[in-house]
Design a protein around this ligand. Structure first.
Ligand SMILES: Cc1cc2nc3c(=O)[nH]c(=O)nc-3n(C[C@H](O)[C@H](O)[C@H](O)COP(=O)(O)OP(=O)(O)OC[C@H]3O[C@@H](n4cnc5c(N)ncnc54)[C@H](O)[C@@H]3O)c2cc1C
Length: 326
């Protein structure tokens, strides 16, 4: 199966919704600031909302008819919590007055666990730093009960980084693109400029460990293939001493826990759902439950693992909700 997926990365800058969606047309002011809290009017009479943001070193308050928060799956829940929207107990512990008790804020963090087998390439098969890194992806189904079609992915890469040293190796990676483990985003400070604590909690769900173990065995088999052997000097499994020959489950679990990385696909922390579902933070239009004229529109509202790369998914969320706002 050939899969075409969106691949966009410019070192130093990345922002999906601000750049790509027609949200720009419905919300013509895009605020770029270093810190931010929301100004939420309570009491139901003054429905105005706004943003308190640090701009050019000064804190400014900007009123708006409606606020669309698109700070991504790490910072959108943090901004909500700093602004008094979130789990009341946690907010109280942080010394923040709870305006709206939304217990699910910052929970349900979805990430795709990935492990890499490193192919130390013979010199004639090495590439240059700005070459395309991903060469080919293969999606496959683990067929585990409860997992959907194409829940897994293998990714072959020409190089493992962006400098000359990184061109000495290629990678074959395997990842669970339908993860069942869930992490959290928690506030560390009431200061909106302090990043929150992020716990990815990858592989905490047994279903992810079972499928990634199986995925690792499939990649090891590929690495032993003559075609791979012909272009490599040696093959290693990260920094562990686990052998690719015939690792048992315990060795594989050690490898997975030491080597697992994230696929940079964090989502789910302001979950979209039914208004009476305690797991929900926003409704089907991205509106924050219990708050007038405030929406979250970014990867944080993805309710379940999209079983896909998250950039196009997030762009389509932006396009869809922007259409509903017109
Ligand atoms: C290095 C990297 C490579 C990736 N490669 C791919 C890929 O190849 N394919 C793919 O499908 N996905 C990829 N992803 C994932 C994809 O980029 C994200 O899923 C997507 O960008 C999420 O969009 P978003 O709008 O939710 O958040 P973002 O795109 O992260 O946008 C959030 C914006 O809010 C800003 N912000 C945050 N907090 C504040 C604040 N307090 N004040 C002001 N601004 C704030 C951030 O600076 C950022 O610009 C990659 C991610 C990374 C990090």
């Amino acid at each position: 199966m050939l899969v075409i997926f969106n691949l966009t990365f410019t070192p130093g800058f990345r922002s999906t919704l601000a750049l790509h969606t027609n949200l720009i047309q419905v919300a013509p002011i895009v605020i770029v600031a270093t810190g931010m809290t929301l100004v939420i009017a309570t009491g139901g009479i003054d429905l105005s909302v706004g943003v308190r943001a640090r701009m050019d070193g000064r804190w400014e308050e900007l009123k708006a008819g409606e606020v669309v928060l698109a700070a991504g799956a790490v910072h959108s829940p943090a901004i909500l919590m700093c602004s008094g929207i979130g789990p009341s107990k946690t907010l109280r512990e942080c010394g923040i007055d709870c305006l709206v008790d939304l217990p699910a804020t910052g929970g349900n963090l979805i990430e795709h666990p990935i492990i890499n087998v490193e192919l130390h390439l013979q010199p004639q098969f090495r590439t240059v730093p700005d070459a395309r890194h991903v060469t080919c992806c293969v999606r496959y189904s683990s067929e585990m009960v409860g997992a959907g079609l194409n829940d897994m992915i293998m990714i072959a890469m020409n190089l493992r980084g962006y400098d000359h040293a990184s061109c000495q190796s290629g990678l074959i990676s395997v990842s669970a693109f339908q993860a069942f483990s869930r992490g959290t985003v928690k506030l560390r400070s009431t200061d909106p400029e302090v990043d929150p604590d992020v716990s990815l909690c990858m592989l905490t769900d047994e279903r992810d460990r079972v499928r990634l173990r199986d995925g690792a065995r499939r990649v090891f088999a590929l690495a032993r293939h003559a075609g791979v052997q012909d272009i490599t000097q040696r093959v290693t499994l990260g920094a562990t001493d686990v052998s690719s020959e015939d690792p048992d489950d315990a060795d594989l679990d050690r490898l997975l826990l030491e080597e697992v990385g994230d696929a940079l696909h964090v989502s789910g922390t302001c979950r979209m759902g039914a208004t009476d579902d305690p797991r929900s933070v926003v409704n089907a239009d991205g509106c924050v439950l219990g708050v007038e004229r405030l929406r979250v529109v970014d990867a944080s509202i993805i309710p379940e693992d999209p079983r896909a790369n998250t950039n196009l998914t997030t762009i389509m969320i932006g396009e869809h909700i922007a259409d509903r706002m017109k």
